[in-house]
Design a binder for this molecule. Structure first.
Ligand code: NAG
Ligand code: NAG
Ligand code: NAG
Ligand code: NAG
Ligand code: NAG
Ligand code: NAG
Ligand code: NAG
Ligand code: NAG
Ligand code: NAG
Ligand code: NAG
Ligand code: NAG
Ligand code: NAG
Length: 653
């Protein structure tokens, strides 16, 4: 039933013997979106294959990156005003007893330079990042029962403008928007016969059942192969990422076969988003040309948002209309005799691109004998072309930025744009889109589930990568708060409780703009040993739920039970900080105390750390993970994102 409009449409256009008209497609897409109220299968082909369509009269072009897109600017007008009421409610609930925060927002509710502009960034780190990040999102979501009770921070999500994710964090953000902006609790609990968030069968085995029928691993992979073949047959290159993304979607998109025809740009038509009732989702990937390596100082960071893909970096400094990526853009436009293409921006391909580190995870598991040999052969053929060192590449061919920004764009002459996992340059938290001066954010909640240390805990490598980049010319005007070394994070416990960076705006007197305050929330054990290996592919429902609950407790400091009943008030102070600084308002003694407790004051302690093994802050859930998990994961331990040649190293294991 859910697919009805599209097969009908394809039949119709086949019968008429004409290419699918774009107006018809657009109308169908709107109808589908109305029925589904979520991202939708709006690929005109009705399948995974991109489709050639007539260009709209206003032909798609690539724009320069000096401003936000007009679509985003228009959307922001509504979104910023729609955050006002939830923010008043949220701030009231936070109990900032000596400052009338609700009154402050109420009396400035029309002035968006006063109303705080909030972003949330969810790091990579595979399923660990999905689950720990989900705990944060659940805590921030006022729709989740209990989230606005004592010690809660529910309503922060409803007050936010942006929600960015990369890699495993991108699976979380992607899954939320593919499924009607459902709550984490709804996604976690799924519904009968759905594969949604069922991680007990690994992605290599495939789901237990599909609807009412049982599927076996061979059928599951055969279907994935057929979907990717559809794309090849339509004349497009396939990457290992295509297979990886399709497999992921079966767990993340609640539709038949993981919704092969879903596009990322269809989010723009999803009424919840179009009406600005949700924050704006952004996923991240890095550009890495074949046979090269990248670090944060020389990577070009691409973002995918509902309207566009592109980069604010001075290299490419341009954006393509996502819906029409796949068309043969050249020097920023489609030649007059050229057609337009739609459906290239598959939802799964975007999520797969952001997490392409896991291509090698897939390759590692090919020896699972139930994966059919035709699939193994297809993947090996790609590897033969690429070489193992480049198996993490997602081919965006044709390159939308072909002959665009010739002087600074290293791939201006390449027909293929090669993107890799958003954490490959060590910036494993998607801060990049949220520190762009054109977006004017005031605060970022940075949820870090990176596996930096031997036992898979974060030590803020991601923050340092972004800070170091901000001092380099690639930063293109983005500033970032100073952060200390890994040892200081561990020795001062900055990764075992929330910590704030950039509290004192005078630190940025010489910067071109004041960047957002960063609230850093590292994965740390409260009620579960949530440091499972990045490459652990399956989790029982109990393990999954325990890690989500742990993430919830990280976000709320155990609902205030762990040392600080004032934590919600301190979250409110972080939200208000830049605004009150701009208006010269005194936010009161509670905020001053909060800042004493949570702001990094420049102290360092770089004493070498022999082994970082944090002890749980509360008592562990009974259903928490077995002892073997602690330090488990064997050879994958310590192989966080972005280590050079990780893919190669991983294959060599
Ligand atoms: C999507 O969510 C909205 C808002 O919660 C709800 O009204 C609508 O019924 C949902 N649609 C579907 C298809 O679940
Ligand atoms: C905090 O509250 C949430 C929601 O009510 C609950 O799931 C969680 O278990 C609580 N945490 C603790 C440590 O009690
Ligand atoms: C704020 O204080 C009230 C009254 O003491 C309490 O009921 C409520 O749970 C508190 N809110 C939070 C988020 O702690
Ligand atoms: C998944 O899809 C089913 C069938 O359309 C629907 O009943 C259910 O609410 C969906 N679940 C989520 C979390 O979107
Ligand atoms: C980026 O910098 C690293 C470290 O200096 C270097 O190895 C690599 O070749 C550089 N990559 C590019 C594309 O310039
Ligand atoms: C884009 O260019 C390629 C290579 O020249 C060509 O094969 C393809 O048909 C073109 N696509 C469209 C939609 O024009
Ligand atoms: C970039 O270079 C190509 C050929 O080298 C040229 O055809 C194209 O017009 C140039 N693009 C721009 C925007 O100047
Ligand atoms: C911090 O993490 C990096 C990897 O991101 C690792 O190389 C380094 O050894 C870690 N340092 C400490 C003190 O944990
Ligand atoms: C908005 O607030 C800022 C900061 O207080 C102030 O400078 C500006 O005049 C206000 N704008 C309006 C339209 O009131
Ligand atoms: C800075 O923070 C450290 C603990 O992180 C504390 O020991 C020190 O007293 C603080 N310094 C100032 C000047 O507040
Ligand atoms: C603020 C800043 O430096 N912006 C630059 C970003 O990069 C583009 C493209 O190179 C420049 O035109 C901007 O001036
Ligand atoms: C099912 C399966 O074979 N899983 C393996 C996938 O690859 C990782 C990393 O090598 C292994 O740890 C899993 O056992």
């Amino acid at each position: 039933m859910r697919f009805l409009p599209l097969p009908l449409l394809s039949l119709l256009s086949a019968a008429l013997g004409s290419p699918t008209g774009d107006a018809l497609v657009a109308k169908a897409a709107i109808e589908v979106a109305e029925i589904l109220r979520r991202a939708s299968p709006d690929n005109p082909s009705g399948s995974y294959a991109p489709a050639t369509v007539d260009c709209p009269s206003d032909r798609p072009t690539i724009r320069a990156g000096g401003t936000l897109s007009q679509s985003e600017q228009d959307w922001l007008q509504t979104r910023r005003s729609k955050t006002v009421d939830p923010m008043i409610e949220f701030l009231r609930n936070c109990n900032l007893t000596d400052f009338d925060a609700p009154g402050y927002i109420t009396s400035n509710s029309q002035n968006f330079s006063v109303v705080p502009n909030i972003g949330i960034a969810v790091s990579g780190g595979g399923y660990r990042a999905l689950m720990n990040g989900a705990g944060f999102i659940a805590a921030a979501d006022s729709r989740v029962p209990g989230s606005t009770d004592a010690g809660g921070i529910g309503g922060l999500l409803q007050s936010s403008t942006y929600l960015a994710g990369l890699s495993g964090g991108g699976w979380l953000v992607g899954s939320i928007f593919a499924n009607n902006f459902s709550t984490v609790v709804q996604l976690r609990d799924g519904y009968q016969d759905s594969a949604l968030w069922q991680f007990s069968n690994s992605i290599f085995q495939g789901p237990k059942r599909r609807g009412i029928s049982i599927v076996n691993t061979v059928e599951y992979w055969d279907d994935i192969k057929d979907q990717v073949d559809d794309k090849r047959d339509a004349g497009y290159d396939a990457s290992i990422t295509d297979y990886w993304g399709r497999a992921l979607s079966v767990q993340l998109i609640n539709d038949t076969d993981g919704g092969p025809a879903y596009t990322f740009s269809s989010i723009a038509d999803f009424p919840g988003f179009a009406d600005a009732d949700t924050p704006m989702p952004i996923l991240i990937a890095d550009e890495r040309r074949p046979n090269t390596q990248i670090i944060s100082l020389n990577s070009t960071v691409y973002e995918f948002n509902p309207w566009e893909m592109g980069s604010y970096d001075p290299t490419v400094f341009g954006f393509a209309p996502l819906r029409y990526v796949g068309s043969n853009f050249s020097a920023g436009s489609i030649p007059d005799d050229g057609h337009c293409v739609r459906g290239f921006d598959s939802y799964s391909f975007v999520m797969g691109t952001s997490s392409s580190l896991f291509n090698s995870f897939l390759l590692q598991n090919l020896s699972d004998t139930s994966i059919p040999s035709v699939v193994v052969d297809a993947l090996e053929a790609i590897l033969t072309d690429l070489g193992n060192d480049d198996n993490d590449i997602a081919a965006w061919t044709p390159n939308p930025f072909f002959h665009f920004a010739n002087d600074s764009n290293a791939s201006a002459d390449d027909e293929q744009l090669t993107l890799v996992d958003g954490g490959s340059d060590l910036q494993n938290i998607p801060l990049h889109p949220l520190i762009q001066p054109v977006r004017g954010l005031d605060v970022i909640f940075a949820v870090d589930s990176s596996a930096d240390t031997l036992y898979h805990w974060p030590n803020a490598t991601a923050l340092r990568a972004t800070y170091e980049r901000s001092l380099n010319s690639i930063a293109n005007g983005t500033a970032f708060p100073r952060v200390p070394d890994a040892e200081t994070f561990i020795n001062l416990g900055l990764n075992q409780r929330p910590s704030f960076f950039g509290c004192d705006a005078s630190e940025f007197a010489n910067a071109s703009h004041v960047p957002p305050l960063v609230v850093y929330l590292a994965n740390t054990p409260y009620t579960a040993l949530s440091n499972v290996s990045t490459f652990d592919p399956s989790y029982t429902d109990e393990e999954r739920n325990a890690i989500i609950r742990n993430g919830y407790n990280v976000a709320t400091m155990g609902n205030g039970t762990a040392s600080d009943a004032e934590w919600p008030a301190c979250v409110a102070c972080a939200v208000l900080s830049r605004s009150v600084a701009r208006t010269g308002t005194d936010a009161g003694a509670t905020c001053a105390r909060c800042f004493d407790r949570y702001c990094w004051n420049g102290t360092t302690d770089s004493t070498p750390v022999s082994s970082y093994e944090p002890t749980p802050i509360l008592s562990l859930d009974a259903q928490s993970l077995g002892a073997s998990i602690y330090g488990g994961g064997g050879a994958a331990a310590g192989l966080a994102y972005g280590v050079f040649g990780l893919a190669a190293a991983f294959l060599a294991l």
